[in-house]
Design a protein around this ligand. Sequence first.
Ligand SMILES: Nc1ncnc2c1ncn2[C@@H]1O[C@H](COP(=O)(O)OP(=O)(O)OP(=O)(O)O)[C@@H](O)[C@H]1O
Ligand SMILES: [Mg+2]
Length: 376
Amino acid sequence: MTLSAPPGIPKERGRVLIVDDNAELASALEAVLLTAPRGLTVRTASRGAEALEVAKDAGFDVAIVDVKLPDASGVDLIEPLRAASPFGEVVLITGFASVDAAIGALRSGAFAFVLKSFRPEELISTVEQALSKVRLQRERRVLEKRAADAEALSAMGKLALNLAHEIRNPLNAAVLQLHLLARDIDRLEANPETRAALKRRGTIVGDEIGRLSRLLTEFLELARPRGLAREPVHLGRLVEDVIELEQDAATSRGVTVKKEIAPDGCVALGDAAKLKQVVLNLVVNALEAMKAGGELTARVAPVDEQVVLVVEDTGPGIAPEVLESVFDPFFTTKEAGTGLGLSIVRNIVDQHMGDVRIESVAGRGTRVIVRVPIGR
Ligand SMILES: Nc1ncnc2c1ncn2[C@@H]1O[C@H](COP(=O)(O)OP(=O)(O)OP(=O)(O)O)[C@@H](O)[C@H]1O
Ligand SMILES: [Mg+2]
């Protein structure tokens, strides 16, 4: 079995934007870049205004910009281009060599300065270097955001611990009173319909209290992680358990469930109950995403020193601007969602020293990839 990308969800490629009014040169550049080992997607623009439009619509990682464009100077384009696509880097290209021009370009924020008489491998190497810088910066931003999230959660956690006690007690009292009320209603001298109607209201209140209490438990779990067991856990078996649990929900939505579990190496080191929660949250999200049926695939296989769990659906996918927020506590796009599912997943995976990421293509589907250390 493989964990490679199925058709429809491409691996992330570097996006290059070529801005040059000389069509011949632009297509020569494009041809060179398409031979790059890492795999690039290339777009071209012949004027500054057009380049800015592409940058705003599709974004870019590296823009290769001619210094002399019909409607602008490449140097003046650096700033607006970088504003349109954060973290993008600009490589200037020019027909004439002048040390002053090169220094000026670098001062104005260009990543590099390349002559039109470039050798192909030189250009590819410059673009690769720029891409590495872009990737590093993105990763840094992700890490900074996660540190900030963790900080916020732990501050919330202290507050929540105190609050939880205060909320739990009246909730328990309310549940008790509801039971007594139900008994009193049975004893009422009233006609059966009146009694049934009264009891229905009681049940609704009881259900709502149950929801509050579940929310409280989930939030506490997130804010105050309890100790983590470290035992061998067969992830494949967890997947089977969860799928069995959710099979009816899947069938009623017209979702086919597939599982691919490697015969060996699916034993992770960690906390069975918590890892089961991870699988459950991901499977529930996948099912909830496929309102009009589809296919859910769960895979487990060892890769190097880790066990990899993949949960994949053929739902509507997640728009890039939404994808940035899905791990945020309380972020939800669902009417009845609490938005804690994925924050709990990330929390648990972090506690296991693992990692979780999401790949999604709008209209095609979503794939969540979790890696945790392998057990021996
Ligand atoms: N498989 C998926 N397909 C499409 N969107 C998804 C998928 N998984 C998560 N999302 C998006 O991420 C958001 C956050 O997910 P998360 O599990 O954290 O919360 P929730 O499902 O909305 O609520 P809860 O899990 O607390 O009931 C969802 O509201 C949804 O917009
Ligand atoms: Mg969820």
